[in-house]
Design a binder for this molecule. Sequence first.
Ligand code: ADP
Length: 375
Amino acid sequence: MVGGGQLARMTHEAGIPLGIRFRLLSDTPQDSAAQVVNDVVLGDYRDLETLRAFSRGCDVITFDHEHVPVEHLRALEADGVAVRPGPDALVHAQDKGVMRERLTALGIPCPRHRVVADPADVRAFAEDDPGAGGFPVVLKTVRGGYDGKGVWVVSSEAEAAEPFRAGVPVLAEEKVAFTRELAANVVRSPHGQAVAYPVVESVQVSGVCDTVIAPAPGLSPEAAAHAQHLALTVAHELGVVGHLAVELFETEDGRVLVNELAMRPHNSGHWTQDGAVTSQFANHLRAVLDLPLGDPRPRAPWTVMANVLGGDYPDMYQGYLHCLARDPGLRIHMYGKDVKPGRKVGHVNTYGTDLADVRERARHAADYLRGTITE
Ligand code: ADP
């Protein structure tokens, strides 16, 4: 797996019972996954020769992030390396402009959008495109954004200067008046077997995923099946291999629009570690190895995942005594990362039959571990 973050750490964990030998390409020995994997190659994923040396002897390579240049992935494929997901799929998770164009061509509903060249172009989009609905509009760098970095909401041409400073193409989008954000997660194998997880609600705070509720409360079976079908269609049409997260906006009239795609295990699927028969990490590995996929169904009526963000206390373990004693059903997943305020350093999962109770337990543990509550 290329990339040493927490997704690689948890994918490695899921491979242990399957006896899968796991090699990691990581920037530093301190990276989340590099701390626990024994076969670590240190190097830069932007360097083709490093990728070549890393993949020699691997049956397949897959990714913890979407930043490996597609031209390098094409070169590896030309060398005979199995790259999953492959570059033709992955480019849609790397470049929001390419993704919007392709999904629109497939007839999949997206926010109104246009790639814009400068602030005057942003104003033209806001004022002339009937679907844009005027200011405010959302601007995004087409590449390199994550956790809300690379996303701006601007109310005028003058405010639109900032996103262009990076020199990366910018995508303008209508600001969708969504009622909530959902995610439809599916896994697809090379010969086309696919499974769909229950559609979840993801609650974002300041552009960062805070809580995920599985399944999305109050979502009708028809709406859930529609969202799952949409995600399976995207996986099939784009030839995705592995886990695909389709982030969705639900609108007041019950429609869903696609916001983003991620072709790797995803934060909206962390609940599956404890709440589904087969986790997203195990199914991602099965898919990239072309093994039969595991059952995606939930183990309990409700599962809630809450991210643990870094707080003001550097020691995340001080809360363990209280949290573990208070809730023996609590599942903690920490990433071994240094604590910085606002940084995702772990998550907790809770599950059960009473949603209010399951939510409260997850929320309490995440807040307590962070240090924002003390009892
Ligand atoms: P990132 O790549 O940083 O995850 P996203 O495209 O997912 O960026 O955007 C981050 C957040 O910004 C979304 O979760 C959503 O809350 C908000 N957002 C993004 N696009 C729009 C839009 N077109 N309309 C309204 N809100 C948006």
